[in-house]
Write a protein that binds this ligand. Structure first.
Ligand SMILES: Nc1nc2c(c(=O)[nH]1)N[C@H]1C(S)=C(S)[C@@H](COP(=O)(O)OP(=O)(O)OC[C@H]3O[C@@H](n4cnc5c(=O)[nH]c(N)nc54)[C@H](O)[C@@H]3O)O[C@H]1N2
Ligand SMILES: Nc1nc2c(c(=O)[nH]1)N[C@H]1C(S)=C(S)[C@@H](COP(=O)(O)OP(=O)(O)OC[C@H]3O[C@@H](n4cnc5c(=O)[nH]c(N)nc54)[C@H](O)[C@@H]3O)O[C@H]1N2
Ligand code: SF4
Ligand SMILES: [Mo]
Length: 730
């Protein structure tokens, strides 16, 4: 089935189509700094090339790769053709991974803050000094404020689990991740509709509506490649985005929807599908709950009404609804990924989930699939109980249905600043950079200034590290041993990947696994970490012994078993045991049981809505300083429509001030028709405070400085598209 389809698209073709092609050609020329750093005198001896498997870590996708190592130096990273999830692709950022390793800006040894916070004065420490200091602070804060007075935050990483495990052993349940700045409201919506977060089978889909997702720049594997393949197989792609993205450029139809109105569009789609009886009747009867309520509910949401809300013509909404239903069940509203956008995001995404249910695309080729991720074993550890701890997380109760495991960055930060319901005085961050990725940077600074102690584990002097008291250097993904990690690759497979060091760790860098073990020892918690990474992997492999050989021989384990019709006859993991078009749990909690459209606040006169997004060269805040990628993009700009620019007398490349209620930045304007006249945009990852990021320091502006921090009411997910700014000549 799909494996033959996959071969139709080569990596070169993909990069060409995706707009990332320019990047690969540029980055195969080794840049000066890399060359200088990697010369080790032995180059003149015979060229011995060794190949080693790894998995890319330039973003969360973990694409399989093969490193070419010459005399102990990584020369090049190639895609691993056996890695089905990435369809044998390594993107521009993936190719630049060598620079993550050989980067002169890397953190080299532990650093203790000497001057004022953010002043950039540091003292070099030995690891023993650094760990003793951190352990003392953990001990002191735990005693003075209870163990929950110490907050832990870990980003996407195969070793993040050890940070969580450490927090558990130490005794704090105040653990957050980057996820409440990313996708929790999407997860909330789909879980509360289907009981699971489905995987979209883009590869076999014939009709894809993609609202607020930018798959040809914001790469999610395999969806990005599969969308390209589906396109060559004549699938239809409809993109709703206020910006003309690369995805919009490759779509059959692009609608610059008015930001914040997607729910109106989908309720109108549901209106037509139900009114014209285009839904799968047997499926609706057997598998869904609340259809009659939904029928009544969407009567009010006509395409004519939706046109006024969304700026999308009623006749197009009507036609799209009919085409979508005709292509069903190989048709979908793509669930998307980042949903850190609106205060109503869970309900907006619920409207996507509901239209999917009407299409009967569940568990069908080209529809939404049951996630069938492999579950490696783990090392269960009985953690101690600390009696003096408060009853709940510090952010508890601040959102209607927060995920306990994930919490909310926005609400936690507010709670820390308020000191309510109890004080938090310590913070450990690992591989996450909330100074750039948490909306409202000034508030993050305020939070940090209420703390007694903050430590950051990173590979570079990120803005978050810049504000910390203790900075600990970590090895890059090419230098460390990680646990196994399972992944989903849509309809093609599910699988497992891992990492072993391709080259030894440079400088004094140490993995976080080692760091928490050492801290645990000092805190008399050593018994909870009496295992090595090999032990841990063995425990993971216990349930899946077949994986070990594949990892060794192919660098990946792919399970290509069946993907469709797995759910036949099984009850859904929801209260009604069916797909919940109407959610009674929501009703009980005073939440609308079906999505009710609320018009977004209109853009005040002389203001613009600012929205967040990405391009193919940038991973949030983490790759803009990478020398190879920086060659391709040296700063960010403010996208502004020519009509708006004209009215403000702003010319292309002119400096402008962008101001919101929380901050102000100065940035170059990019006058372009690629955004709506009422919407402005800038890339993330510039305007840094850290002088340790030498390529980008002083370049562009920080979007987190102007983004107001609002939250999705239901999940507590950050809502980053609710900010209005003024723009004026600087
Ligand atoms: N190159 C690259 N790839 C990445 C990442 C990266 O940083 N760089 N990050 C990865 C991660 S962690 C994630 S979560 C995903 C994110 O990938 P996506 O989920 O695709 O999210 P974004 O690209 O951030 O935003 C999608 C689009 O929403 C548009 N938009 C703004 N407001 C609205 C609106 O009201 N309605 C609609 N319909 N559209 C709107 C924006 O203009 C933007 O183009 O990408 C992943 N892949
Ligand atoms: N303004 C803005 N805010 C956003 C987004 C956006 O696009 N714009 N996107 C949102 C989304 S979808 C997400 S997922 C979050 C992501 O937000 P974050 O979790 O903050 O992710 P990154 O910006 O990628 O920052 C990762 C950090 O890890 C460091 N790092 C990289 N590799 C390693 C390593 O091997 N070891 C260690 N220890 N550190 C490493 C990098 O130097 C960087 O400081 O941001 C959200 N917030
Ligand atoms: S999508 Fe690109 S950056 Fe992300 S893991 Fe794959 S190759 Fe690396
Ligand atoms: Mo994300």
């Amino acid at each position: 089935m799909s494996s033959t389809k996959i071969q139709k698209i080569s990596r070169r073709k993909f990069l060409q189509l995706s707009g990332a092609f320019a990047a690969t050609t540029a980055i195969t020329n080794p840049c000066r700094i890399l060359y200088a750093l990697s010369r080790d005198g032995s180059e003149k001896t015979a060229n011995k090339i060794r190949e080693a498997f790894s998995a890319c870590d330039m973003c969360f996708n973990k694409c399989g790769l093969i490193a070419q190592v010459e005399n102990g130096v990584i020369r090049k990273l190639d895609p691993n053709p056996k890695f089905l999830k990435s369809r044998g692709m390594l993107c521009a950022r993936g190719n630049s991974g060598v620079k993550q390793l050989y980067d002169p800006d890397r953190l080299k040894y532990p650093l203790l803050r000497k001057g004022a916070r953010g002043e950039g004065k540091w003292q070099r420490l030995t690891w023993d000094e650094a760990l003793d200091h951190a352990a003392e602070q953990l001990e002191r804060i735990g005693k003075q404020y209870t163990r929950c007075g110490f907050l832990f935050m870990a980003g996407t990483d195969m070793q993040s689990t050890f940070v969580h495990q450490f927090a558990e052993a130490y005794g704090s349940y105040n653990v957050i991740s980057h996820e409440s700045n990313c996708l929790l409201s999407r997860n909330r919506a789909f879980l509360d509709t289907y009981g699971v977060m489905p995987t979209p089978d883009v590869l076999n889909c014939k009709y894809v509506i993609m609202p607020g997702a930018n798959r040809f720049e914001s790469l999610v594997t395999p969806d990005s490649m599969d969308l390209m393949i589906a396109g060559t197989n004549k699938a239809k792609l409809i993109v709703l985005d206020p910006r003309f993205t690369k995805t919009a450029a490759h779509a059959d139809e692009w609608y610059p929807i008015k930001p914040g109105t997607d729910m109106a569009f989908f309720l109108a789609i549901a209106h037509i599908i139900i009114k014209e009886e285009l839904y799968d009747k047997a499926f609706i009867k057997d598998k869904t709950f609340g259809f009659e309520e939904l029928r009544e509910h969407v009567k009010q949401y006509t395409p004519q009404w939706a046109q006024k809300e969304t700026d999308i013509p009623a006749k197009d909404i009507q036609r799209i609804a009919r085409e979508l239903a005709k292509a069903a069940p190989s048709a979908m509203v793509y669930p998307g990924r980042r949903s850190s956008d609106y205060e109503d995001s869970t309900q907006i995404r619920r409207s996507y989930a509901i239209v999917n249910a009407l299409l009967g695309n569940w568990d069908q080729e080209g529809g939404l699939l049951v996630p069938k991720k492999i579950k490696p074993g783990s090392m269960h550890i009985e953690t101690p109980f600390y009696e003096d701890n408060p009853d709940d997380r510090v952010d508890a109760g601040r959102a209607q249905m927060m995920f306990d495991e994930e919490g909310s960055f926005k609400h936690t930060r507010d709670a820390v600043i308020e000191g309510k319901p109890y004080p938090i005085k310590g913070w450990m961050t690992y591989k996450t950079n909330p100074m750039q990725t948490g909306a409202n940077r000034n508030k993050t600074i305020k939070m940090i200034n209420t703390l007694d102690f903050m430590m950051t584990v990173d590979i570079a002097m990120s803005d978050t590290a810049w504000m910390a008291d203790l900075v600990l250097p970590a090895p890059s993904y090419l230098e460390r041993q990680d646990p196994l990690s399972a992944f989903l690759a849509s309809s093609t497979c599910t699988g497992v990947v891992t990492r072993d060091p391709v080259v030894p760790a440079m400088f004094k860098s140490k993995p976080v696994f080692w760091i928490v073990k050492e801290l645990a020892k000092r805190l008399e918690l050593g018994e909870f970490f009496e295992f090595t990474m090999d032990d841990y992997r063995k425990a993971q492999l216990k349930k899946i012994p077949q994986v070990a050989t594949a990892l060794k021989e192919d660098g990946v384990y792919n399970d290509t078993g069946p993907s469709f019709n797995l759910y036949k006859g099984k009850p859904f993991k929801t209260r009604s045991k069916k797909i919940e078009l109407y959610n009674t749990r929501y009703k009980d909690k005073g939440i609308d049981p079906m999505p009710v459209y609320k018009r977004p606040k209109s853009v005040p006169e002389n203001h613009f809505r600012i929205v967040v997004g990405r391009n193919a060269y940038i991973t949030q805040s983490a790759s803009t300083n990478n020398s190879l990628l920086w060659e391709l993009q040296k700063e960010n700009t403010l996208w502004i429509h020519p009509k708006s620019a004209r009215s403000l007398d702003i010319k292309n490349s002119e400096l402008v001030n962008v101001k919101s209620s929380v901050g102000k930045v100065t940035i170059k304007a990019r006058v372009t028709k690629e955004t709506r006249p009422d919407t402005v945009y800038m890339d993330t990852g510039f305007g840094v405070l850290s002088k340790g990021l030498t390529n980008i320091f002083g370049k562009g502006a920080c979007i987190a400085e102007v983004l107001e921090d609002r939250a999705d009411k239901i999940s507590g997910n950050m809502a980053m598209h609710e900010t209005f700014v003024t723009v004026s000549k600087a």
